[in-house]
Design a protein around this ligand. Structure first.
Ligand SMILES: Nc1ncnc2c1ncn2[C@@H]1O[C@H](COP(=O)(O)OP(=O)(O)OP(=O)(O)O)[C@@H](O)[C@H]1O
Length: 296
């Protein structure tokens, strides 16, 4: 549904995209994560035609987005990082405008304005001007502008920044619903637990390119867990070299913590306290970025 191949974009001496390739299938949510300045927003801008890549190929729902940017743009819903509103225009008018840009008119336009307003709980502010909205209401309006018209591709660049828990929940649930209906979603965030909620696959950006891509479980499986065991009394001397002593407990780093525990029990060491800490997405992100830095 969305294919980007080998995108390069330079700003003077800065290479913002350096061979950026990413494919997102129908119904897939991809979490695009990377440090500040890694190239995420530049990628979003290149796909929407806001910036022109120096080279590379972009295809949106079968349309060559480099050759036919307007045609491609009509198939994309975008929620940019910076809020982009006409401050004096009401929420309803804003939604009608984005709906008509997505090709809607008449009854279908009115129907979709009402349904997206309900989905994102904007019903009570439809007649308010954008400048009079709270930060969270602005975020929801911005997302609603991206969702209206049911675009094939959704590009959401940090859509939940500054959102309260309720707004965040409404946004995440709307994104899940659109993916379930077949949209290809690129979701940029620095708040990684959101990607667990979304069941997103991951694309990790570093230095203007994707350095790792895969499902959360596949990427996390490559990382070790921590098995912590505590005993009544001191850690048995026979185990002292199996791990590190932390706060009187033994910390064993292992890709197979359950087997590690089984082996302790088989050797007759029965711990009084057992805790297995699985790696988090934060651990994964740091490990991959460290690896990419070392390789550079
Ligand atoms: N218009 C511009 N002119 C010059 N340099 C730019 C421009 N836009 C982006 N850059 C540079 O390109 C690089 C990538 O920036 P980009 O905004 O894509 O990063 P990002 O991953 O979205 O970061 P963040 O997480 O902070 O949003 C950075 O070094 C940035 O300074």
């Amino acid at each position: 549904m969305l294919i980007a191949e080998n995108l390069v974009k330079t700003y003077g001496r800065v290479t913002a995209l350096d061979g950026f390739s990413l494919t997102v299938g129908k119904g897939e949510i991809v979490g695009l994560i990377g440090h500040n300045g890694a190239g995420k927003s530049t990628f979003v801008h290149a796909v929407t035609g806001l910036e022109r890549a120096d080279s590379g190929r972009i295809e949106v729902a079968g349309v060559d987005a480099v050759r036919h940017p307007r045609k491609a743009r009509a198939r994309i819903g975008v929620s940019p990082q910076e809020t982009a509103f006409y401050p004096t225009v009401t929420v309803a008018a804003q939604l009608r405008l984005f709906g008509s840009l997505a090709g809607l008119s008449g009854f279908e336009l009115r129907r979709q304005v009402a349904s997206v307003a309900e989905e994102l709980d904007l019903g009570s502010v439809l007649e308010r001007r954008a400048a009079q909205l709270s930060g969270g209401q602005q975020r929801r309006t911005q997302a609603a502008c991206a969702l209206i018209g049911h675009p094939d591709v959704l590009l959401l660049d940090e859509p939940t920044v500054g959102a309260d828990p309720e707004t965040r929940r409404a946004l995440l649930s709307a994104v899940r619903a659109r993916a379930a209906a077949g949209a290809a979603v690129v979701y940029t965030t620095h708040y990684l637990p959101e990607l667990v909620d979304l069941g997103a696959s991951l694309a990790i950006v570093h230095g203007g390119r994707i350095v790792r891509r895969g499902s959360q479980s596949a990427l996390l499986n490559g990382l070790p867990s921590h098995l912590r065991v505590g005993f009544d009394g001191p850690v048995p001397a026979a185990l002292a070299t199996s791990g590190e002593l932390i706060d009187g407990q033994l910390d064993i780093v292992s890709l197979a913590p359950a087997q590690e525990l089984a082996s302790l029990l088989a050797r007759g060491h029965v711990p009084a306290v057992v805790d297995i800490q699985r790696p988090s997405l934060d651990d994964l992100f740091h490990a991959i970025v460290e690896e990419a830095r070392d390789a550079a």
